[in-house]
Design a protein around this ligand. Structure first.
Ligand SMILES: Cc1ncc(COP(=O)(O)O)c(C=O)c1O
Length: 444
């Protein structure tokens, strides 16, 4: 089995330098914390590029594969540049994500727009900027998109998002491919949608089918199961309607290693199984090789990211837990609160053996009892001012961050070859009130 980057807990360049401190991308994490402040998101460029290479190599045996990145995991201009440079297209889900990739200079024909309730304005923007494919989610959107396309005298290239009825074993909030899902057309609704497209919605041109099963998935069978269903559907639609569809989009979903208890599959194993299944099912159902799109998010960006926090207060509950609080928490990383997600961490400026270890609960600084980053972890005894590094925070942390308690969002730096560059500036107090207006009548 070839190991892939998503199977690592830490960025590939993580190490201990000559001063005894942890470093990533050749940058001392204590120095990064001093220079940029904490909380600080740190992204390792080498790890992002390594996982891109894993995906490209793992699926290389299939002649028509297109890699895309699900921007929702982390939609930031500099990250978009790296993925564009690696030859990835982009799966976007809002006007904000479309605008970010557009401003980063991406060829918009490599962009897909997806989502269960795209607005009139968002669909109009997608058409104006020349987004390559729109994955239509439901009957309402088919009618709306056709109307917008008609008014602009355009033909829009679409996929149909379907729910293939595959359940995966992940948190129920991140399952999407099972039958009772808010996303996509049920298998029994595909024919009606196709009839509408062929007979009524003359400004829509359908190219293929799109599905996504869920996220943080460890089962290797997800893509083969999906391929069987999608290829079978394409063959069936050809027989029934004479419709030649030549694209299938398998979504994202491959898991990552948040703690030592997680054992995500190798991207190479998934690639081998998927490619084998593609050849087999194309032959079985007698269709031409479709172009296949993948759109992973988490597995592209999660392992590359860590968050640095500064340790502040601590509290020993008599006969109970020891809480150690850091200067961030649920607003920069909502996942523990939302999904009971688990994380691993290390102290940047101390290693095991320097001081005795203790079992602690890492608490956030927000006014919620549930703001616990790590419920139980063994770490060298912590003191105020120590720097904590939480691993695998590249995906769905900054992208889900909020200003709860009116706290500024952290900065993000990209590290590579001993260089660190700011890619998101830390918010200021003025940023926090910049959109607020006091009506004149209240100032009199
Ligand atoms: C349609 C679609 N594609 C891709 C993704 C990315 O999934 P992941 O980040 O698990 O790879 C998602 C995530 O929810 C999604 O809904």
């Amino acid at each position: 089995m070839t190991t892939s980057t998503n199977q690592f807990l830490k960025p590939l360049t993580t190490g201990v330098n000559s001063t005894g401190n942890l470093e990533i991308g050749g940058c001392d994490l204590v120095e990064l914390a001093e220079k940029y402040g904490t909380p600080l998101y740190v992204l390792d460029e080498e790890t992002i590029r390594a996982v891109c290479r894993d995906y490209k190599k793992a699926f290389a045996k299939y002649p028509k594969i297109h890699m895309m990145y699900a921007s929702k995991a982390l939609c930031v201009s500099a990250v978009t540049k790296i993925l564009d440079n690696e030859g990835f297209g982009f799966d976007t889900v809002s006007a904000g994500e479309i605008y970010t990739v557009y401003k980063a200079g991406v060829d918009m024909s490599h962009v897909l727009f997806n989502g269960n309730n795209k607005s009139f304005d968002e669909l109009s923007l997608a058409l104006e900027l020349g987004v390559g494919r729109i994955s239509v989610d439901n009957f309402f959107e088919l009618a709306l998109l056709n109307e917008i396309a008609q008014s602009k005298n355009k033909t829009v290239d679409i996929l149909l998002r379907i729910t293939p009825g595959i359940e995966c074993h992940t948190h129920e909030y991140i399952q999407t491919g099972h039958l009772d899902s808010k996303f996509g057309f049920d298998l029994t609704q595909i024919d009606e949608a196709v009839e509408l497209i062929l007979n009524e919605y003359k400004n829509l041109k359908i190219h293929g089918l799109h599905a996504h099963i869920g996220s943080q998935i460890f089962e290797t069978s997800i893509y083969p199961d999906e391929i069987e269903i999608l290829v079978k559907e394409i063959a069936r639609l050809d027989k029934k309607f004479g419709l030649k569809l030549d694209e299938i989009n398998l979504g994202g979903g491959i898991g990552v290693k948040y703690t030592d208890f997680d054992n995500p599959p190798s991207i190479y194993d998934i690639g081998n199984l998927a490619v084998e299944k593609l050849f087999e099912s194309v032959e079985k159902y007698g269709i031409d090789f479709p172009t296949v799109f993948l759109e992973p998010g988490r597995s592209i960006i999660s392992t590359a990211g860590v968050t640095l926090y500064t340790v502040g207060s601590s509290k020993q509950v008599p006969h109970g837990k020891k809480y150690v609080a850091v200067d961030g928490g649920m607003a920069d990383n909502p996942r523990p609160g939302m999904y009971q997600a688990m994380y691993s961490a290390e102290i940047v400026n101390k290693k095991e053996g320097d001081v005795p270890c203790e079992t602690v609960t890492i608490a956030g600084r927000y006014c919620e009892s549930g703001d616990i980053l790590i419920p139980e972890i063994d770490l060298p005894q912590l003191c105020e001012g120590d720097i904590l590094c939480v691993y695998n925070t590249g995906a769905y942390n900054y992208s889900m961050a909020s200003n709860y308690n009116k706290v500024t969002k952290p900065a993000m730096v990209l590290v590579n070859n001993s260089q660190s560059d700011i890619i998101i500036n830390r918010e200021t107090l003025d940023d926090l009130i910049s959109k607020e207006v006091i009506p004149n009548r209240l100032t009199k």
